[in-house]
Design a protein around this ligand. Structure first.
Ligand code: MG
Length: 395
């Protein structure tokens, strides 16, 4: 398949931090993807919360299935735009590797715990996982991924953290947050595919959990237009017993409409800007985009989900308990680092050698340890250390 001139070409990669001979049968981006799939952090995604706690039901999305859905949507758009599918897949599969247990509740709690120690951002943590925390190779820490995959993983970054990255790696992946440059189109695409994926699957999980209803969703034009079209075409889905099919068909149409919209709007933007290289892309405004009308519809859907699902009293109740688990764990390990496994003790000893503020170094290692936990491991650790049983399955 031919790549567009504005696509990332593995033959022109800015390379890896540690030079390695090329693989005989795979491009550098395919190799990145394979490294991600074989990582420990990737396997943990299956037991990490997306919105619904992992043990609340076997059929809700987890971080893993979410990441697979982002990769699927991203690849299908990438193919239509002649972008690099392998790079999109690598970025999509890695984009949530740094997520804490318990979804956003966990990340918010850890960020509060880390307030005096440099904060916690899940995008930066995903980069930390692939750059430092995975221990799989004889000669280096991390997965030694290409610049382009790492650039895509670091979706957002605060100025303070970008400055830190820049000190250790001048001109590296932190650089663009200091001089406001865009990432590759493949990275931009993963961002939008992430949004399309969670908006759609959160409707699905939300309805199946009973926290939101098809009737409520009639307030959301992006969903309701497709629900009405579906009913016009298949009137037998009016029957309540067919609710699932109606839900799935409406979501399917909604997804397709967004994918076609992104392809069309982006093709138009690309035609206008006509970037001749990936570097030209980086110096233009974001080009992967929805049409203005779709952007507005997607915002309305987001507001609905925020209001009716993410802030549903039942979700907020578990959020509060999840935050307590993270806070308690953080406090315990900070006070007694020997409660952490030996691998983390070793990391602590190494960090103390070149870090003057030792509490800061310890807090970072504790944050790395907690962020890497699956939901159920965090709950078990919490019970072991505090004797309390929070958020355990009722059965
Ligand atoms: Mg995501």
């Amino acid at each position: 398949m031919t790549l567009a001139p504005y696509a990332c070409d593995p033959g022109k990669t800015r390379g890896r931090r540690y030079a390695q001979a090329p693989a005989p049968t795979r491009t550098d981006y395919q190799r990145d993807r394979d490294r991600i799939v074989h990582s420990t952090a990737f396997r943990r995604l299956v037991y990490k919360t997306q919105v619904f706690l992992n043990h609340e039901g076997d059929l809700f999305r987890t971080r893993l299935t979410h990441s697979l859905e982002v990769a699927q949507l991203g690849r299908s758009v990438a193919r239509s735009l002649s972008l690099n599918e392998d790079l999109v897949e690598a970025i999509a599969l890695a984009h949530d590797l740094g997520h804490t247990p318990f979804g956003h509740a966990g990340q918010d709690a850890l960020n509060v715990c880390m307030a005096n120690h440099g904060g916690f951002e899940h995008n930066l943590q995903s980069l930390r996982v692939v750059d430092h925390l995975e221990e799989r190779y004889p000669e280096f820490d991390g997965l030694n991924l290409t610049f382009e995959t790492r650039e895509g993983i670091l979706k957002h970054c605060s100025r303070v953290h970008a400055e830190q990255l820049e000190r250790f790696d001048p001109g590296g992946v932190g650089h663009r947050f200091l001089n406001r440059v865009q990432p590759s189109l493949e990275a931009q695409l993963c961002n939008l595919a992430d949004e399309i994926a969670y908006n759609a699957h959160d409707i699905d999980d939300g309805v199946r959990s009973g926290l939101i209803t098809l009737a409520q969703l009639q307030q959301v034009p992006l969903f309701d237009d497709h629900r009405r079209q579906t009913l016009a075409e298949f009137p037998h889905l009016q029957d309540k017993a067919q609710g699932r099919r109606l839900l799935y068909e409406s979501i399917r149409r909604m997804l397709s409409a967004q994918v076609y919209d992104v392809i069309q709007a982006t093709q138009a933007a690309l035609q206008l800007a006509a970037p001749g290289t990936v570097d030209a892309v980086r110096h233009l405004p974001p080009l992967i985009q929805f049409s203005a009308a779709m952007r507005e519809q997607s915002q309305m859907l987001k507001r609905f989900l925020l209001d009716k699902l993410y802030r549903h009293p039942r979700v907020l109740d578990t959020t509060g308990q999840a935050q307590q688990v993270v806070r308690d764990l953080f406090g315990r390990y900070l006070a007694q680092p020997d409660h952490m496994p030996e691998s983390h003790q070793r990391r602590l000893a190494a960090a103390l050698e070149n870090e003057p503020v030792s509490e800061r170094a310890l807090a970072r290692i504790v944050a790395d340890y907690i962020a890497g936990m699956t939901d159920r491991f965090a709950l078990r650790e919490h019970q072991r250390l505090t004797g309390q049983r929070l958020l355990f399955e009722s059965s």
